[in-house]
Design a protein around this ligand. Structure first.
Ligand code: PMP
Length: 361
C-alpha cells in the first residue's frame, strides 16, 4: 500500500542496501535434529536454571544498571579487573558496539575470511568497507597481509579463534605476534574457545590493542538467554560501555551469567562429550568419503564427497529432518557445517549421511 511504500522509502541508504532476510526460514519443531547454528545440545544445569527462575521475581524492576554484579563475577572468574569487562546480550551485541564505536562511513574494517557473516552486515550498517583477508592454505594467519596489506588501514581487525565456519585454530603465540606488531585494534572473537587447547585472554594485560570477546551461547548452553563478554583495556571497555544502553541485559540474562560463572566446573562432562563426539563424527564422516577439517570448536566443516554440492546435501539432510549449514557465498560450495549435538542427534545425522551416500553410489 502507499503508506508502506512511503515508510520503506524513508529507510536509510544502508538499511536499504542490506538484502532482506528470507521471511520463511524453516521453523523446525522439536522433531528436527537442529545442527545448523552451533548451540550446545544440553539444557542448562538445574542449579543454573533455578537462578533464572528466581530472577523472574525481580522482573518488575529494571535490571541492575551497567551489569555491575555480572561484571564483578566475570572479573573474579577470569582474574581481571571489573573495568576490563563489558557484558552484553550475547557477543553479537558487543560486536555491534565495536562497529558503532570505531567505524564512520568510508572507514574500513578487516576480517579473517571465511568468517562469521554477521560482521559484514555490521560493517554495511556503518557504511564501512569490509575487507576480507584469507587465511593461508594451512589455516594460519597471513602475517604480512595483516601488517602491511589492506588491513593496515582498517580501524580494527577481526579474528575468530577457533574460527567459524572452519573450526580451525591459530596458536595463541601467533595471535600475540600479530597483536604485538600491529597498531590496529585486534578483536579476538573467542566464541568457541572452550573447545580449544588454549585461549588468549591473558594477553589483554600486556597489550592495549586487544579486545577479547566471549559468549555463553556455545560452551555454556545459554544461547537463548543471550550472555556475552568483552575483555580489554579499561579505556576501550569504558568507551564501549559509554555507548551501551545501561539496561541492556535483562534480569534472567544477568542471573544466568552469574550462576554459570559460579558453576563452570559443572560443564566438564558437557565439554568432554562434545570433544568425544567431535572425534567420533570426524572419523565416521571420513569413512563415508567426506573430508573433514580438523576442528577445535563444537562443529565440523566437511567437504562433501564429489558429485553433489553442499546445498544438495543440505536438502538431502533436510528431507530427513536434519538441519545443517552451508556457505555457498563464502567459496565453500562443496562443504557442509554440522554442529556437535547429543550422541542420539549425531547417530541420527550419521545414519542419514550413510543413507544419502548409499543413494548416490
Ligand atoms: N562470534 C562467532 C564466531 C559466532 O559463531 C557467533 C554465533 N554464531 C557469535 C559470535 C555470536 O554469538 P552470540 O551472540 O550468541 O554470543
Amino acid at each position: 500500500d502507499a503508506k508502506l511504500q512511503s515508510v520503506l522509502s524513508s529507510l536509510s541508504q544502508v538499511a536499504r542496501q542490506l538484502d532482506a532476510l528470507p521471511s520463511d526460514r524453516p521453523a523446525p519443531g522439536s522433531s528436527w535434529v537442529k545442527l545448523n547454528t552451533n548451540e550446545n545440545p544440553f539444557p542448562l544445569p538445574a542449579i543454573i536454571m533455578q537462578s533464572a527462575i528466581a530472577a523472574l521475581e525481580r522482573q518488575y524492576l529494571y535490571p541492575e544498571d551497567d551489569n555491575i554484579s555480572l561484571r564483578e563475577a566475570a572479573a573474579n572468574a577470569y582474574s581481571v579487573s571489573m573495568d576490563q569487562v563489558i557484558a552484553g546480550n550475547g557477543s553479537s551485541e558487543l560486536l555491534g558496539l565495536v562497529y558503532r564505536a570505531f567505524l564512520a562511513p568510508g572507514d574500513s574494517v578487516a576480517m579473517m575470511s571465511p568468517g562469521f557473516s554477521f560482521n559484514r552486515k555490521l560493517a554495511t550498517l556503518q557504511g564501512a568497507q569490509f575487507v576480507e583477508i584469507k587465511f593461508s592454505e594451512d589455516h594460519s594467519l597471513p602475517m604480512e597481509q595483516l601488517l602491511f596489506g589492506p588491513a593496515k588501514d582498517a580501524k580494527f581487525i577481526l579474528l575468530a579463534n577457533p574460527n567459524n565456519p572452519t573450526g580451525t585454530f591459530v596458536p595463541v603465540a601467533d595471535i600475540e605476534r600479530l597483536v604485538a606488531k600491529s597498531d590496529r585494534l585486534i578483536v579476538l572473537d573467542e566464541a568457541y574457545v572452550d573447545f580449544a587447547p588454549e585461549n588468549g585472554l591473558r594477553l589483554i594485560n600486556r597489550y592495549s590493542n586487544l579486545l577479547v570477546l566471549r559468549t555463553f551461547s556455545k560452551s555454556y548452553a545459554a544461547a537463548g538467554v543471550r550472555v556475552g563478554f568483552g575483555f580489554g583495556h579499561p579505556e576501550i571497555i569504558g568507551r564501549l560501555r559509554n555507548i551501551q544502553n545501561v539496561f541492556n541485559m535483562n534480569v534472567i540474562g544477568q542471573a544466568v551469567g552469574i550462576s554459570v560463572l559460579a558453576h563452570r566446573a559443572a560443564y566438564a562432562d558437557n565439554h568432554r562429550h562434545i570433544r568425544h563426539e567431535r572425534r567420533r563424527v570426524t572419523l565416521a564422516l571420513s569413512q563415508l568419503g567426506f573430508s573433514v577439517i580438523p576442528s577445535h570448536a563444537n562443529f565440523l566443516l566437511a567437504r562433501v564427497p564429489t558429485g553433489q554440492d553442499g546445498l544438495w546435501w543440505q536438502s538431502a539432510f533436510a528431507r530427513q529432518k536434519i538441519l545443517v549449514a552451508v556457505f555457498p557465498d563464502k567459496g565453500l560450495e562443496n562443504y557442509i557445517r554440522v554442529s556437535i549435538g547429543t550422541k542420539e542427534q549425531m547417530d541420527a545425522f550419521l545414519r542419514a549421511a550413510s543413507r544419502i551416500s548409499r543413494i548416490l553410489n
